[in-house]
Ligand binder design. Structure first.
Ligand code: ZN
Length: 214
């Protein structure tokens, strides 16, 4: 919790980010803001500015396009993230990855813990690491604690692809990138992904590139 004077720059920075009205520039890996633990949200942005900021995150996520975006990815070190996944994928992929549609959500001060020991490993990417994907083994089911944009408590169990999204975005708020958790031998360019590894599961990639799956 900063002093009032320390908060002025943050509010000014957010106002400047929002002024043009379009999607926000996305910060790429290498920027320290992606490696710091973001500050808990305690009203640093007043309610009207929070609404505008969340809307800008949503607009930016749609434009990218992506299925989640955390505030540090636009250079704002607050524990705020948005998620939304219409899941426009073939049935085969939906079943293999549990990629069911996830409505728009705002996650404030989220944290998660695994539920059970099952892990799921799939390729994932990050808007802050453009051009690449890698396989990350993650808890298959997690319990998420957070607040929504109205300050209401969220205590919810996520499975399938939505569980992956909430873990990825919450990790951003802890200064963690998916590459920190990835099987680095799986690292693949978007071109390689499209040409070679579009299967519903990474089984063939694991055999061909030489990495383990859980
Ligand atoms: Zn990311």
């Amino acid at each position: 919790m900063g002093t009032p004077s320390a908060r002025v720059p943050l509010v000014e920075r957010v106002e400047q980010l929002l002024a043009p009205g379009g999607p926000l520039p996305i910060v790429a890996a290498g920027d320290p803001v992606l490696r710091r633990r973001a500050e808990p949200f305690d009203g640093q942005l007043d309610p009207a500015l929070l609404v505008r900021f969340v809307e800008a995150l949503r607009r930016t996520m749609h434009a990218a396009p992506g299925v989640g975006l955390a505030a540090p990815q636009v250079g704002v070190g607050l524990r705020i993230a948005v998620i939304e996944d219409p899941a426009p994928v073939p049935d085969e992929v939906r079943v293999a990855r549990g990629r069911v549609p996830q409505p728009f959500r705002v996650l404030i001060d989220p944290s998660y813990e695994p539920v059970g020991a099952a892990r799921a490993a799939f390729f994932e990417g990050c808007l802050s690491v453009p051009g690449w994907q890698a396989v990350v083994a993650r808890p298959a089911v997690v319990r998420l604690l957070a607040r929504d944009e109205h300050g209401r408590a969220v205590d919810e169990v996520f499975a399938g692809w939505p569980a992956r999204i909430v873990q990825h975005e919450t990790d951003h708020l802890d200064g963690t990138l998916y590459l920190d958790r990835a099987e680095l031998r799986s690292l693949a360019s978007n071109g390689a992904m499209a040409g070679l590894w579009a299967q519903p599961t990474p089984d063939r990639a694991a055999a061909a590139l030489g990495f383990e799956l859980p």
